[in-house]
Ligand binder design. Structure first.
Ligand code: PHE
Length: 341
């Protein structure tokens, strides 16, 4: 009985009639003495007492829906009978076409880029397919240097200067140092590639924004201030940062930067693993060898560089627990960012 009620309900909702005559036929078929709904009411008498309440309610709704639909169809058939034209309700809203939305990685990248643009940084871009020189050698990774192992590289050819997929956008910084006049203040957003097993925390393709500032008298304090301002713009004005000593071949000294956890505000939660801190980027003072390799006088100029993963920043900002969501294009996930066009 339930199936029949549901099927009739669906049918009634979709009913269309071209003439008053058709409306009358529908009325007789549904609500007439031998109509389908009338028959259901007859059958209702045989329903077990414990189901009476549920079915009684359903039947009454069905009957009143049918009656009002028939009334509505009759009205519109009357209108078209008078005007001689099929009726058309001009007040029905038009079809809604979803606009789509920006991908969360694009939203995060644009936010990072726009913060640094405000600080006066220009955007620099470069090739994804690179040579060994720009990804490693010019960045103070000599051949056979163990630090090359830090980044699992996809090699395309193994010639003397191997062709490879860039493992970081620091290569764009090298290309910029080679050709831009000083001082240089750039950020390099782009896709990077690493031969890593895909997991909730790592992917073989991801996005970075790296930054570089070179001028006379640039100090570690300048770097710290730039990163603090960025962190506050990105994660809120209360955000604190801390620096931990680290190692990169192209910077000396080097540091990793944590921000205070924006979820528990330092109290400790499962996102920050009860430390109260979240790692967001690596940075350091550009090694003099790197400046010299690109023809910049390291006695006169100094600079700082930093690099961050866009997916990681987006994960922290929106509390996404699994990096793979960003690459699977599951509409249910992407739709959560719909308002952020
Ligand atoms: N290039 C580094 C990486 O991809 C990030 C970084 C950039 C660290 C600049 C320090 C300075 O891991």
């Amino acid at each position: 009985m339930k199936e029949r009620i549901d099927a009739l309900m669906a049918e009634i909702n979709d009913l269309k009639c071209a003439s008053l005559q058709e409306v009358e036929q529908v009325r007789v078929r549904l609500l007439g003495k031998k109509g389908e709904i009338t028959a259901l009411f007859d059958e209702f008498r045989t329903v077990a007492p414990e189901f009476k309440k549920e079915f009684g309610k359903k039947l009454n709704v069905l009957k009143s829906t049918a009656a009002s639909k028939i009334e509505e169809l009759r009205n519109s058939a009357e209108v078209s009978a008078q005007s001689g034209e099929p009726s058309f309700d001009y007040t029905i809203p038009g079809d809604q076409y979803p606009l789509g939305s920006r991908h969360p990685v694009s939203i995060a990248r644009e936010e990072i880029v726009s913060i640094f643009r405000k600080f006066g940084y220009d955007v620099a871009e470069g090739p994804e397919i690179e040579d060994d020189y720009h990804v490693f050698e010019a960045l103070n990774f000599p051949p056979e240097h163990p630090a090359r192992e830090m980044q699992d590289t996809f090699f395309i050819s193994n010639a003397e200067n191997p062709v490879l997929l860039r493992t970081h956008t620091s290569s764009v910084q090298v290309r910029s140092m080679e050709k831009l006049p000083l001082p240089i203040r750039i950020i390099c957003p782009g896709r990077v590639f690493r031969n890593e097993a895909i997991s909730a925390r790592a992917h073989c393709i991801f996005h970075q924004v790296e930054g570089l500032y070179i001028d006379e008298n640039v100090t570690f304090a300048d770097m710290k201030q730039a990163i603090l301002l960025f962190a506050r713009e990105m994660f809120g004005p209360e955000t604190k940062i801390r620096m931990r000593p680290s190692y990169f071949p192209f910077t000396e000294p080097s540091a990793e930067v944590d921000v205070s956890c924006n979820i528990c505000h330092g109290k400790g939660c499962n996102v920050c693993k009860n430390t109260g801190w979240l790692e967001i980027l690596g940075c350091g003072m550009v090694d003099p060898n790197v400046l010299e390799a690109s023809g910049i006088d390291s006695k006169k100029y100094s600079g700082f560089a930093f690099g961050m993963g866009v997916e990681r920043i987006a994960m922290l900002k929106w509390q996404v627990k699994d990096l793979r969501h960003y690459f699977e294009n599951d509409l249910r996930f992407l739709k959560e960012f719909e308002t952020s066009i």
